[in-house]
Design a protein around this ligand. Structure first.
Ligand code: 2HA
Ligand code: ZN
Length: 271
């Protein structure tokens, strides 16, 4: 029988957290990931059959009862997960009453889920209403995007239009644009509620002067979404470094044509 540490799911999370770290988007203990794992994907592993510990959660996760998540641990460094996955990751199942999680694997030295876990669960719950295939929430601290939240008006239309016009790929990858919440204290129920409200309309939500919350069907999809948004922010930054004068750009008509050809519906409140 196989060990869960060797599963494709743990391997994927190990690789992606290290790649996020290499991008400089997860300094120290910055960032967190939760990955909904399907029961059938858990078959055949010898070391995940019993609950090792119950961990209370600060959110009523009743609607998610019975679901399994691989979750990064609080206070741990993305830099290290690749070497210590069974210490810095955990596999948990949401308890029937929604008030705690059962730890099935990982958190080997007594760790617990990320301080943002309630926010992740609120996010999964909201996104599942719109997409039954929703499986991943990823939070990180992309440098250029955070910088833009100091210099740009934090209006969703304004911000999304800048990102769309920085590269042809943007509109194709996030045709709904990006949501933005006000600056808030992280790890709180309030930031979870505000983020979940935005996730009703957007798959990516910007936390000003902090980072981004991305959601989607797979690790690749969410990582790709965040990479594309951050790449647009990087191009914007480089334009400013080149003097900031724009001589030509992608027009609104170009965006509409792009949407037509690629079969995506641009957010019409933004064009
Ligand atoms: O997990 O990034 O927002 C550390 C953080 C909190
Ligand atoms: Zn953060």
């Amino acid at each position: 029988m196989a060990k869960f540490i060797d599963s494709p799911m743990v391997t994927e999370v190990k690789k992606i957290t290290f790649r996020l770290y290499c991008h400089d988007w997860d300094e120290r203990n910055g960032g967190n990931v939760s990955y909904r794992v399907l029961p059938e994907e858990l078959e055949g592993y010898e070391d995940i059959s019993e609950v090792k510990r119950n961990i209370p959660i600060d959110f009523n996760g009743k609607d998610l009862a019975g679901m399994y998540f691989i979750v990064t641990a609080t206070g741990r460094y993305f830099k290290n997960i690749i070497d210590f996955p069974d210490r810095d990751l955990g596999l948990v199942r949401i308890a029937e009453d929604g008030k705690s999680v059962g730890l099935l694997w990982g958190y080997g030295d007594g760790a617990s889920p990320t301080s943002e876990f309630p926010t992740h669960l609120m996010g999964h719950q909201e996104r599942l209403k719109h997409d039954p295939e929703q499986r991943v929430i990823m939070h990180c601290h992309p440098t250029n995007l955070i910088a833009m939240t100091f210099t740009q008006n934090l209006d969703e239309r304004n911000f999304s239009r800048i990102l769309w016009k920085m590269q042809t790929e943007s509109l194709v990858v996030f045709p709904e644009g990006v949501g933005i919440i006000p600056w808030m204290v992280p790890g709180t129920t309030s930031i979870g509620e505000e983020t979940a409200k935005k996730l009703a309309k957007f798959r990516a939500v910007i936390w000003p002067q902090h980072g981004i919350f991305g959601s989607g069907k797979s690790i690749d999809e969410v990582y790709g979404l965040i990479e594309t948004i951050e790449k647009a922010a990087q191009i914007w930054t480089v334009i400013q470094m080149q003097g900031g004068e724009i001589k030509q750009t992608i027009t609104d008509d170009d965006l509409l044509n792009l949407g037509k050809v690629f079969g995506v519906e641009p957010n019409r409140n933004f064009i």
